[in-house]
Design a protein around this ligand. Structure first.
Ligand code: AMP
Ligand code: MG
Length: 336
């Protein structure tokens, strides 16, 4: 049985959230909102509880979890050393959508880190996530709360579709503000390496330190030895065949190959595809709206008729670089 707990996203009532925190303390699973996407969380120090996350999601065990904390004290509970550069990122960007990879302390169970000597840590800024961690009194290990391979959940409806009956509690706090997963930086390397682009852009993090961009962060999926195990899996994929067209001029020619395709493009380009089923994906004038709506639109295509989805590509800069990373991983074909 899954209990649903509704809270105000900006001003959560701690009496209501205590119920969810009790479930975490007892080794249960709680789906909770963060500023990026919804996560499926368990006490990061409870091996059995963390094991249940993999089962609920159908996640391969070699794909480690991000440990969510609400204070710097908790950071020292999970990492064995904090490199000097970490403080620069922490001071400027935590709490926020930034995950930092550091050396793991041995009290973090191997199931959390997929037996790697490192651990991924993040301090979320969402008031509900923050208070839930604080009330639970322990770091919360949590991957995105989707079934493995599906687009990450950015609303209560998405988590209900994927996780009803698989977890103890779902916290309903409406839509998540940013809509794509955190930026991941590996701080065990010098210079630090961007493993996954996210809401904090390469331009923003490069102001803090020199950053190397791993080629997996560009969205290529077939890596022999990925530094971030999650990189090797196809992700975020809707059920239909998804074709990403990087060169907009080729859209019309690609569309002609299919019977009744679904088109995804920014609001400003909708008029160009008259006669087709079109889903508008945010606005080019507000680029963060494109990230915010991406996974919702991908999930919508699953509920529509048709076999093929054709997506217009974006210029790979700023937040749209992160959007293109997700689209490349969701796509079954990329047309240059
Ligand atoms: P999710 O929370 O579902 O976005 O998945 C967490 C992501 O963090 C996955 O892509 C993992 O591969 C990555 N990750 C977690 N721990 C580590 C680690 N120790 N080193 C590198 N990547 C990690
Ligand atoms: Mg995920």
């Amino acid at each position: 049985m899954t209990e649903i707990i509704k809270v105000d996203p900006e001003n959560p009532d701690s009496e209501i959230l205590k119920k969810a925190a009790e479930v975490i303390k007892k080794g249960g699973l709680v789906v909770f909102p963060t500023e990026t996407v919804y996560g499926i969380g368990a006490n990061a120090f409870n091996e059995n509880a963390c094991r249940k996350i993999f089962k609920a999601k159908g996640r391969p065990q070699d794909n480690p979890l991000i440990v969510h904390i609400s204070s710097i004290d908790m950071l020292y509970d999970v990492v064995s050393s904090v490199p000097r550069i970490a403080y620069e990122f922490i001071d400027k960007l935590w709490p926020g959508p930034l995950t930092l990879i550091m050396k793991k302390k041995s009290n973090v169970p191997d199931i959390v880190s997929a037996s790697l000597p490192t651990v991924a840590v993040r301090m979320p800024s969402h008031p509900v996530a923050n208070l839930l961690i604080e009330l639970s009194g322990c770091p919360i290990a949590a991957p995105s709360a989707n079934l493995s391979g599906k687009p990450s959940p950015t609303s209560f409806e998405h988590v209900k579709d994927d996780m009803m009956g698989r977890v103890d509690v779902i916290i309903d706090a409406g839509e998540t503000p940013l809509g794509i997963e955190s930026t991941i930086i590996d701080l065990t390397k010098d210079p630090p390496v961007l493993l996954r682009p996210g809401p904090l852009t390469l331009e923003q993090i490069s102001r803090i330190s020199e950053i190397e961009v791993h080629k997996g962060a560009l969205g290529e999926i077939s890596l022999d030895k990925p530094p971030s195990p999650g990189m090797k899996y196809r992700h975020y994929a809707p059920e239909k065949r998804l074709i990403l067209v990087k060169n907009m001029d080729k859209m019309k020619a690609v569309l002609r190959n299919f019977n009744d395709p679904i088109v995804i493009c920014p609001k400003e380009h909708k008029e160009m595809y008259k006669g087709y089923k079109v889903l508008a994906l945010g606005s080019l004038e507000r680029e963060y709206s494109i990230a915010h709506e991406l996974f919702k639109i991908l999930r919508e295509t699953d509920k529509m008729k048709g076999e093929v989805v054709v997506v217009e590509g974006f210029p790979e800069k700023g937040i749209l670089f992160s959007v293109m990373n997700r689209l490349k991983k969701a796509a079954s074909e990329v047309i240059e």
